[in-house]
Design a protein around this ligand. Structure first.
Ligand code: GLU
Length: 448
């Protein structure tokens, strides 16, 4: 097999969301595993809606996911190739000019529907005489151009969906070129895939019908047809599709909300497959789990709250070195950051939640006092500093001896006084960080 070349081809008309992360990652991870290359192609033929800001954001968001493209292309710079393809197709009689206005087409569709017929373009423009064309042009009409489909079944062996086919007899001849001469997505995508040497087209199943059409265009232009894989689409738990309008699931908002890229990667790739959805900390491991044969045919439903669960799994085992910068940025002092991290990470959903435990350590904490006499005894038994990892055990042993309290009734009053909270990380780890002075003040009921 030649080295695979895959591509991810977003339009820079909005921010990428978690649903776009799925094809981006499936392409990237497949290439990574197969020793192939990944092309980022900006499908920016819609000049009105494409912006540089979105183009830059796409690169940033991919990089956040861990995707570094090997190659880059943008359709707005490749128009000469599309012109050449247009001429070839016209020469073959496969691309023909049409002059209907949108209103005329709409009326025709309604008539067809009224008669119970499928609203397929009737190819009226194929029968125009030269005089009629000249007359339309004389009225100032400019043609749009349709691709004349062969009315046959196009079949391919899809890496996800196995034997697949589209009956092109049931489709309208697609418009490839607009009145203003600009190309729509269908043609440039084929020309780019062919000229840039794309071997595998991995994209969402919303493109299955396009594949039927595009296979015919590949063939008409004499290009080899790539291998196709159409994956299921991510939807929310109630089956709602993810559009660029679902802002809270944009990759940037997930990043700003403090999610780890590995959590987003894991969820975007594993949802809707026969693999359990779980945290996979590295892209190499995730690449090993990509198997097109195990992608489900049903929609890939996910509940955004799963992100919390997976993120927590990643944070719970995250090495200090990986969290360090962010902990310092939270204002946690360098000399304490590592020990704090070791003690609290198992209690976090996001790295930034460490700030809350730093506050519990450094104060101010308003102690919750339930039994002042008990705490007075505990205070009198508090060892001299400095505290270490053994302090908690020896101290609570002494408090137990003195008061007879054990289990929850021994530990909970101490926790409430020392942290102001009824839950949290292991106090054996937390107590040395709180230190003797603050511990003593809190046991005495002072805010410290
Ligand atoms: N620009 C197209 C899209 O975002 C690309 C589809 C494809 O992968 O061919 O849907």
């Amino acid at each position: 097999m030649t080295t695979p070349l895959v591509r991810f081809a977003p339009s820079p008309t909005g921010y990428l969301h978690i649903g776009n992360a799925r094809p981006a990652l499936l392409n990237f991870l497949f290439a990574r595993r197969e020793g192939g290359r990944f092309l980022l192609r900006l499908d920016d033929t819609d000049r009105e809606r494409s912006t540089e800001e979105f183009a830059g954001a796409i690169r940033e968001d991919l990089s956040w996911l861990g995707i570094a493209p090997n190659l880059f292309a943008r359709q707005s710079e490749r128009t000469a190739s599309y012109e050449a393809a247009k001429e070839t197709l016209i020469g073959q009689g496969r691309l023909y000019p049409c002059y209907e206005t949108p209103e005329e087409l709409d009326r025709r569709r309604k008539r067809q529907l009224g008669r119970g017929l499928p609203p397929i373009y009737d190819r009226a423009a194929l029968n125009l005489t030269d005089e009629e064309r000249v007359a339309f042009e004389g009225q100032g009409r400019r043609p749009h151009w349709r691709f004349k489909l062969d009315h046959r079944v196009v079949a391919w062996n899809d890496l996800v969906r196995d034997e697949s086919h589209v009956d092109c007899a049931s489709l309208s001849d697609p418009v490839l070129i607009r009145e203003d001469g600009t190309v729509l997505y269908t043609l440039p995508s084929v020309v780019d895939d062919a000229e840039l040497g794309v071997t595998h087209v991995i994209r969402g199943e919303d493109h299955v019908t396009n594949t039927g059409v595009q296979v015919q265009i590949f063939e008409a232009l004499g290009y080899p047809v790539p291998v196709f894989a159409h994956h299921n689409l991510l939807t929310t738990a109630d089956g709602e599709g993810l559009s660029k309008r679902l802002g809270h699931l944009s990759l940037r908002s997930l990043r700003e909300a403090g999610f780890e890229p590995a959590a987003v990667d894991s969820l975007a790739v594993l949802t809707g497959t026969s693999e359990a959805v779980r945290a996979v900390p590295t892209l190499d491991e995730l690449a090993g789990l990509v198997d097109f044969g195990r992608i489900s045919r049903a929609p890939a439903r996910f509940d955004p709250s799963e992100l919390d669960v997976i993120n927590a799994q990643i944070v719970h085992t995250m090495p200090f070195a990986e969290a360090r910068e962010r902990l310092l940025a939270l204002g946690i002092p360098e000399e304490t950051a590592e020990s704090l991290w070791t003690v609290v990470r198992a209690n976090l959903v996001k790295v930034a939640d460490a700030a809350e435990w730093w506050r519990v350590v450094a104060g101010p904490v308003s102690p919750v006092i339930q039994d002042a006499a008990f705490l007075e005894t505990a205070l009198s038994l508090l060892p001299a500093g400095p505290f270490d990892a053994t302090t908690w055990k020896s101290w609570t042993e002494a408090v137990k001896q003195a008061t007879g309290a054990k289990g929850r009734s021994l530990f909970m009053p101490l926790r409430l006084a020392l942290t102001g909270l009824d839950h949290g990380p292991d106090l054996a780890g937390l107590l040395p960080l709180i230190g003797r002075e603050r511990a003593a003040q809190r046991l005495a009921g002072e805010t410290a």
